[in-house]
Design a protein around this ligand. Structure first.
Ligand SMILES: *[C@@H]1O[C@H](CO)[C@@H](O)[C@H](O)[C@H]1NC(C)=O
Length: 196
Protein backbone atom coordinates (compact mmCIF):
# COMPACT_ATOMS: atom_id res chain seq x y z
CA UNK A 1 0.00 0.00 0.00
CA UNK A 2 1.18 3.53 -0.70
CA UNK A 3 0.80 6.03 2.11
CA UNK A 4 -2.15 7.60 0.28
CA UNK A 5 -4.10 4.35 -0.05
CA UNK A 6 -3.31 3.56 3.58
CA UNK A 7 -4.69 6.98 4.60
CA UNK A 8 -7.81 6.45 2.47
CA UNK A 9 -8.40 3.07 4.11
CA UNK A 10 -8.09 4.63 7.57
CA UNK A 11 -10.46 7.46 6.70
CA UNK A 12 -13.00 5.01 5.29
CA UNK A 13 -13.06 3.20 8.62
CA UNK A 14 -13.29 6.41 10.69
CA UNK A 15 -16.07 8.20 8.81
CA UNK A 16 -18.88 5.70 9.51
CA UNK A 17 -17.93 5.76 13.21
CA UNK A 18 -18.26 9.56 13.24
CA UNK A 19 -21.65 9.28 11.53
CA UNK A 20 -22.85 6.95 14.27
CA UNK A 21 -21.54 9.28 16.98
CA UNK A 22 -23.44 12.23 15.52
CA UNK A 23 -26.78 10.42 15.51
CA UNK A 24 -26.76 10.04 19.34
CA UNK A 25 -27.04 13.83 19.64
CA UNK A 26 -30.81 13.58 19.81
CA UNK A 27 -33.73 11.16 19.89
CA UNK A 28 -33.96 8.52 17.16
CA UNK A 29 -37.54 9.64 16.47
CA UNK A 30 -38.33 13.33 16.66
CA UNK A 31 -41.55 14.49 18.30
CA UNK A 32 -44.40 14.80 15.81
CA UNK A 33 -45.77 18.17 14.87
CA UNK A 34 -49.52 18.10 15.56
CA UNK A 35 -50.11 21.64 14.38
CA UNK A 36 -48.36 24.88 13.49
CA UNK A 37 -50.16 28.20 13.77
CA UNK A 38 -48.91 31.75 13.36
CA UNK A 39 -49.83 35.09 14.84
CA UNK A 40 -48.56 38.64 14.43
CA UNK A 41 -48.47 41.57 12.04
CA UNK A 42 -45.61 40.08 10.00
CA UNK A 43 -47.45 36.90 9.10
CA UNK A 44 -50.98 37.92 8.17
CA UNK A 45 -50.50 35.27 5.49
CA UNK A 46 -49.08 32.00 6.90
CA UNK A 47 -45.40 31.38 6.13
CA UNK A 48 -44.49 28.17 4.33
CA UNK A 49 -42.90 25.57 6.61
CA UNK A 50 -40.35 23.02 5.41
CA UNK A 51 -37.73 20.70 6.94
CA UNK A 52 -38.26 19.09 10.32
CA UNK A 53 -38.06 20.01 14.00
CA UNK A 54 -34.25 19.73 13.95
CA UNK A 55 -33.85 21.99 10.96
CA UNK A 56 -37.00 23.98 10.24
CA UNK A 57 -37.34 26.74 7.65
CA UNK A 58 -40.15 29.27 7.58
CA UNK A 59 -40.50 31.23 4.37
CA UNK A 60 -42.40 34.45 4.85
CA UNK A 61 -44.67 36.17 2.45
CA UNK A 62 -44.84 39.93 2.76
CA UNK A 63 -43.19 40.33 6.20
CA UNK A 64 -42.13 43.86 5.24
CA UNK A 65 -41.91 47.11 7.17
CA UNK A 66 -41.03 50.60 6.02
CA UNK A 67 -40.35 54.05 7.39
CA UNK A 68 -42.15 56.36 7.14
CA UNK A 69 -45.26 54.24 7.27
CA UNK A 70 -47.65 52.47 9.59
CA UNK A 71 -45.49 49.37 10.07
CA UNK A 72 -42.05 50.32 11.37
CA UNK A 73 -42.20 47.28 13.61
CA UNK A 74 -43.54 43.86 12.69
CA UNK A 75 -43.51 40.45 14.34
CA UNK A 76 -44.40 36.86 13.64
CA UNK A 77 -44.89 34.27 16.35
CA UNK A 78 -44.77 30.58 15.48
CA UNK A 79 -46.73 28.17 17.71
CA UNK A 80 -45.90 24.47 17.33
CA UNK A 81 -47.81 21.76 19.17
CA UNK A 82 -45.62 18.67 19.60
CA UNK A 83 -46.17 15.13 20.78
CA UNK A 84 -44.31 11.82 20.97
CA UNK A 85 -40.74 11.07 19.98
CA UNK A 86 -38.18 8.65 21.42
CA UNK A 87 -38.45 9.04 25.22
CA UNK A 88 -35.82 10.68 27.40
CA UNK A 89 -34.94 13.83 25.46
CA UNK A 90 -35.73 17.53 25.57
CA UNK A 91 -34.74 20.36 23.27
CA UNK A 92 -34.08 24.09 23.25
CA UNK A 93 -33.53 26.75 20.60
CA UNK A 94 -29.96 28.04 20.65
CA UNK A 95 -30.03 30.40 17.66
CA UNK A 96 -32.60 32.05 15.45
CA UNK A 97 -31.32 32.98 11.99
CA UNK A 98 -33.45 35.35 9.96
CA UNK A 99 -32.57 36.32 6.43
CA UNK A 100 -33.74 39.85 5.69
CA UNK A 101 -33.54 42.39 2.94
CA UNK A 102 -32.67 45.81 4.36
CA UNK A 103 -32.57 49.28 2.88
CA UNK A 104 -31.01 51.45 5.56
CA UNK A 105 -29.84 55.01 5.00
CA UNK A 106 -26.81 56.24 6.91
CA UNK A 107 -27.54 56.32 10.65
CA UNK A 108 -30.55 53.99 10.41
CA UNK A 109 -30.91 50.88 12.51
CA UNK A 110 -32.86 47.63 12.57
CA UNK A 111 -33.35 46.21 16.05
CA UNK A 112 -34.41 42.59 16.12
CA UNK A 113 -35.66 40.36 18.89
CA UNK A 114 -36.39 36.69 19.42
CA UNK A 115 -38.45 35.42 22.31
CA UNK A 116 -38.95 31.71 23.05
CA UNK A 117 -41.17 29.97 25.59
CA UNK A 118 -43.18 26.80 26.07
CA UNK A 119 -46.88 27.26 26.86
CA UNK A 120 -46.76 24.90 29.86
CA UNK A 121 -44.16 27.19 31.48
CA UNK A 122 -44.80 30.61 29.96
CA UNK A 123 -43.10 32.47 32.83
CA UNK A 124 -39.78 31.02 31.71
CA UNK A 125 -38.81 32.93 28.60
CA UNK A 126 -35.62 33.11 26.59
CA UNK A 127 -34.99 36.43 24.85
CA UNK A 128 -32.35 37.97 22.65
CA UNK A 129 -32.06 41.46 21.22
CA UNK A 130 -29.52 42.54 18.62
CA UNK A 131 -29.14 45.40 16.16
CA UNK A 132 -28.05 45.91 12.59
CA UNK A 133 -26.74 49.46 12.21
CA UNK A 134 -25.68 51.39 9.19
CA UNK A 135 -22.78 53.44 10.49
CA UNK A 136 -21.30 53.88 7.04
CA UNK A 137 -21.51 56.77 4.64
CA UNK A 138 -24.10 55.57 2.16
CA UNK A 139 -27.35 53.64 2.06
CA UNK A 140 -27.08 49.90 2.62
CA UNK A 141 -29.34 47.92 0.29
CA UNK A 142 -28.67 44.21 0.70
CA UNK A 143 -29.70 40.81 2.00
CA UNK A 144 -28.19 39.89 5.36
CA UNK A 145 -28.67 37.00 7.78
CA UNK A 146 -29.44 38.19 11.30
CA UNK A 147 -28.74 36.06 14.33
CA UNK A 148 -30.38 36.06 17.73
CA UNK A 149 -28.12 34.04 20.00
CA UNK A 150 -30.17 32.37 22.73
CA UNK A 151 -27.44 29.96 23.97
CA UNK A 152 -26.91 31.94 27.16
CA UNK A 153 -30.50 31.59 28.44
CA UNK A 154 -32.13 28.60 26.77
CA UNK A 155 -35.53 27.32 27.82
CA UNK A 156 -36.03 23.55 27.57
CA UNK A 157 -39.07 21.68 26.30
CA UNK A 158 -40.85 19.03 28.32
CA UNK A 159 -39.38 15.56 27.80
CA UNK A 160 -40.22 13.68 24.62
CA UNK A 161 -43.66 12.17 24.83
CA UNK A 162 -45.06 15.49 25.93
CA UNK A 163 -42.72 18.26 24.75
CA UNK A 164 -45.53 20.83 24.82
CA UNK A 165 -46.26 23.89 22.70
CA UNK A 166 -43.24 25.82 21.46
CA UNK A 167 -43.70 29.55 20.82
CA UNK A 168 -41.07 31.55 18.96
CA UNK A 169 -41.59 35.24 18.31
CA UNK A 170 -39.40 37.25 15.94
CA UNK A 171 -39.76 41.01 15.76
CA UNK A 172 -37.95 43.66 13.76
CA UNK A 173 -38.11 47.41 14.45
CA UNK A 174 -36.73 50.15 12.22
CA UNK A 175 -35.43 53.46 13.46
CA UNK A 176 -34.51 56.04 10.90
CA UNK A 177 -34.92 59.71 10.01
CA UNK A 178 -35.50 59.05 6.36
CA UNK A 179 -36.92 56.34 4.13
CA UNK A 180 -35.95 52.83 5.33
CA UNK A 181 -37.20 49.31 4.74
CA UNK A 182 -36.78 45.75 5.88
CA UNK A 183 -38.33 42.50 4.80
CA UNK A 184 -37.89 39.15 6.59
CA UNK A 185 -37.53 36.41 3.99
CA UNK A 186 -36.76 33.19 5.87
CA UNK A 187 -36.27 32.04 9.45
CA UNK A 188 -34.19 29.03 10.61
CA UNK A 189 -33.59 27.65 14.07
CA UNK A 190 -30.68 25.80 15.65
CA UNK A 191 -32.03 23.11 17.98
CA UNK A 192 -30.05 21.48 20.80
CA UNK A 193 -30.99 18.22 22.52
CA UNK A 194 -30.15 16.87 25.95
CA UNK A 195 -31.23 13.84 27.97
CA UNK A 196 -33.91 14.25 30.60
C1 LIG B 1 -23.66 33.07 22.00
O1 LIG B 1 -23.95 33.19 23.38
C2 LIG B 1 -23.10 32.40 24.21
C3 LIG B 1 -23.62 32.49 25.64
O2 LIG B 1 -23.84 33.81 26.03
C4 LIG B 1 -21.67 32.87 24.08
O3 LIG B 1 -20.82 32.08 24.88
C5 LIG B 1 -21.26 32.76 22.62
O4 LIG B 1 -19.96 33.31 22.47
C6 LIG B 1 -22.23 33.52 21.72
N1 LIG B 1 -21.85 33.29 20.34
C7 LIG B 1 -21.60 34.28 19.49
C8 LIG B 1 -21.11 33.88 18.15
O5 LIG B 1 -21.78 35.45 19.76
Amino acid sequence: MTNLTRLTAVLASVVPALGAAISVDGPADLPKIKSITYSGSGCIKDPAYSGNLNDPTFTYSNFAASFPGTSQTLNCEVHITLTGGTPGWQFALSNNWVKVHVVLPRGACLDYYTQVFFSQNAAKTSTSKASYNNNGGSTVDQTVTLRNNLSGNKVWSGCTGDPGILNVNFRGALSSDTKAYFEAVTENWDIEWRRC
